[in-house]
Design a protein around this ligand. Structure first.
Ligand code: AMP
Length: 281
């Protein structure tokens, strides 16, 4: 596993790989099995796998957790080595955002929905950094988790609208034994909060079950999720929304091939997201 810290080094390494398929997994580090599942898939499907670790400042809002975001480069590098990842790209802010930095990519409208309501600049930061990384690395395939469903949908739209020559692969959510979606931010939770967080996947699971039983009223399902979440006093609901997968529009009737049920909550200071989909991103 080779670590490269500059864009020039990365460009040079990628230029030597003519004829080889390149899989790319962008991350903010502090790996868990969710990250590793993306890398394993990339390794299976490509000749060369590149992973980036970059805690991207432009996707954090004022007052968010940029400074506290957990970091453990030594442990992450051991994971990369063990899995057989070929390259780690580990750039510094001065490389990614040379002063003055003036250019951003936005997927209009969709970036203001769901998580965009409480994180207004978040998706602009994500699309900008991911397009920059695509330009630097030039992957054939890039791997993202369904855990961040809105992110995946927005990135797919960016790739389509801007004709970016890469295919995105969206892989399932990896969960802890009790159902909580793995997240680097789970490390912020106290043991009491971690216990309370179980209610989150439970409420979504129940909703999925109710839909499977035949309930197709989005309002009814949404109300039930909210009611379930409210049973846990430590949970503060940010949003619960049921939208179409292809346009992120709120729906009345649940379509079994085109629905995203997504939610965000806060437990103490920690914001958690989770979702399930009917259909494919
Ligand atoms: P992050 O480091 O949080 O930016 O995540 C890097 C990638 O890992 C993103 O594509 C995430 O969607 C994905 N990811 C994060 N958590 C999970 C999870 N529990 N299961 C699957 N993928 C995940």
């Amino acid at each position: 596993m080779k670590q490269l810290d500059t864009i020039a080094e990365m460009n040079a390494a990628m230029a030597e790989l003519t004829g080889k398929s390149i899989g790319f997994v962008p991350t903010m580090g502090y790996f868990h099995q969710g990250h590793l599942s993306l890398m394993e898939q990339s390794i299976k499907e490509n000749d060369v796998t590149v992973v980036s670790i970059y805690v991207n400042p432009s996707q954090f809002g004022a007052g968010e957790d940029f400074d506290q975001y957990p970091r453990d480069l030594d442990k992450d590098k051991k994971d990369l080595q063990r899995l057989g990842v070929d390259f780690l790209f580990f750039p510094q802010d001065s490389e990614m955002y040379p002063d003055p930095y003036l250019t951003y990519v936005t997927v209009e409208e969709w970036q203001t929905l769901l998580c965009g309501q409480s994180r207004p600049h978040h998706f602009r930061g994500v699309t900008t950094i991911v397009l920059k990384l695509f330009n630097i690395i030039g992957p054939d395939y890039a791997y993202f988790g369904q855990k961040d469903a809105q992110q995946a949908i927005i990135l797919k739209k960016m790739v389509k609208d801007l004709n970016v020559p890469v295919s995105l692969r969206i892989l399932p959510i990896v969960r802890d034994a009790d159902g909580l979606a793995l997240s680097s931010r789970n490390s912020y939770l106290t043991s009491k909060e971690r216990q309370a967080a179980r209610k989150f996947p439970e409420a979504l699971n129940k909703a999925r079950f109710r839909i499977n039983e035949g309930q197709d009223s989005a309002q009814r399902i949404r109300d039930e999720i909210i009611e379930d979440l409210k049973q846990e006093k430590m949970i503060k609901i940010d949003y619960v929304e049921i939208v179409s997968l292809d346009k992120l529009r709120q729906v009345n009737k649940i379509d079994r091939n085109n629905t995203l049920v997504a939610a965000a909550i806060k437990i103490g200071k920690t914001r958690l997201i989770d979702n399930f989909i009917l259909g494919e991103i």
